[in-house]
Design a protein around this ligand. Structure first.
Ligand code: BGC
Length: 417
């Protein structure tokens, strides 16, 4: 976000936009959950709010990864018409809070003991200068490889655990006439694969130094060179129609057996589940090659905008309270493919992928191998993130850019902090 751009207009116009008080409130909620599994999860959120007697005004902006949603949100806030809640994540929460447009939710958080219910790594992200301005709904793991076991069987291939094994399996799938890697066409999809390769080949320290701290020496190192060239090799295993494809259509290729594998966060599991598929039988969830001991996290959260109308403020607080309730966290995450972000939740209704994710989240937090996803806005300020993603996608899409040029451009992009 362009710092400072919103402040004068937003403050004046939000005030002007206040509506008169009514009994039950209305909550307008911006999100980008429009695919099969995502939409089911959004319905769970809507139902939870409606059960409290308020009305839900849906503000869905299609587009995986949320880039389009963020563009629309900025123009709505600038024109003084902010929604009550918006799906905003990671460091962007701080950027929006700096604009002075977010509401302080401390009273509710204190009454409901949010500090005690959330891992500290999560509650820190939900606060601006120590005050709650957002509530989290889940923890998505991003470093997954989704596999169609039937396709592997047809190809006589083994599920890969390292990048070397990945290329062996991919060659076998190609020979059998199956698209080895389902992929789509937005820069966040490219970066989801790129950060998996970076973590799998370079390890946790490299990942943190290069992609979280944006350390110049690590961004231009032999290790980064290897990550870039391995990442580019993946392209030979995708199909011609990948450019422009949405992530859920790529997942559908794996569901149907047209493709063997996909590198994607566990919102992909929402698609398998919505298609009636069973984890461990119809599809496999494996850590992305070489990343079994690490966990790349992506936490969805809702930021709350300042509102004038009292009934709507009450509805907004009820939404925040609902989001943090154990029942909602269970229902929502069963559909979304993620795991509850509240601690000490029972996992008995969840499948093996979610249970593995829950255990690995706790283990990696202890082992210090829990890392934020750059592709999903968890690690670096939005300007640097956008610039880095663009470089990686340009590298992916142009055979002419050398790894040395890509590293120079990454260095330049990292300076946009
Ligand atoms: C969000 C997920 C969403 C995915 C695809 C991610 O950035 O965190 O909730 O399902 O994008 O749209």
């Amino acid at each position: 976000m362009n710092k400072g751009v919103l402040r004068p207009l937003a403050l004046a116009l939000i005030t002007a936009c206040a509506v008169t008080s009514a009994q039950a409130g209305e909550v307008e909620v911006l999100h980008w959950w429009t695919s099969g599994g995502e939409a089911k999860a959004a319905v769970a959120l809507k139902g939870t709010l409606q059960a409290k007697g308020h009305s839900w005004k849906d503000f869905a902006v299609a587009g995986g990864g949320g880039d389009s949603a963020m563009t629309v949100l900025k123009s709505r806030v600038v024109s003084g018409n902010a929604p009550a809640a918006a799906q905003i994540k990671g460091p962007s929460l701080q950027e929006w809070a700096q604009e002075g447009v977010l509401a302080n939710m401390d009273d509710l958080a204190r009454a409901e003991k949010w500090d005690e219910s959330l891992p500290k790594v999560v509650s820190d992200i939900m606060k601006y200068q120590g005050h709650y301005i957002a509530a989290p709904v889940n923890v998505h793991r991003v470093n997954w490889l989704w596999v169609n076991p039937e396709a592997l069987k047809k190809a006589g291939a083994k599920a890969p655990t390292t990048w070397d094994e990945f290329f062996v399996a991919a060659d076998a799938l190609k020979k059998a006439g199956i698209v080895p890697l389902a992929h789509g066409g937005q820069n966040w999809q490219d970066f989801t694969s790129f950060e998996a390769v970076a973590l799998g080949l370079g390890g946790v320290d490299f990942y943190r130094k290069a992609l979280v701290q944006l350390d110049p020496a690590t961004l231009k190192s032999p290790a980064m060179e290897k990550v870039l060239s391995t990442f580019r090799r993946l392209k030979d295993y995708t199909d011609r129609n990948a450019p422009g494809r949405d992530w859920n259509l790529a997942t559908a290729m794996v569901i149907k057996g047209e493709a063997g594998m996909q590198i994607m966060g566990d919102w992909a599991k929402g698609e398998f589940v919505a298609a009636g598929k069973t984890a461990g039988k119809d599809f496999l969830c494996l850590p992305a090659p070489g990343t079994a001991k690490a966990f790349t996290f992506n936490i969805d959260s809702f930021a709350f905008f300042k509102l004038k109308n009292e009934a709507n403020q009450k509805a907004q607080r009820d939404l925040a309270s609902a989001i943090m309730s154990p029942d909602f966290q269970e229902l929502f995450n069963l559909n979304k493919g993620s795991i509850p972000v509240r601690m000490n939740m029972k996992m008995d209704k969840f499948d093996d992928c979610a249970r593995a994710s829950s255990k690995d989240f706790a283990d990696s937090a202890k082992a210090s191998t829990l890392v934020p996803s750059i592709a999903h806005g968890m690690a670096v300020p939005s300007a640097a993130e956008g610039a880095i993603k663009d470089v990686v996608s340009q590298f992916w899409n142009s055979d002419k850019m050398s790894t040395a040029q890509a590293m120079d451009r990454l260095l330049a992009a990292a300076k946009q902090r």
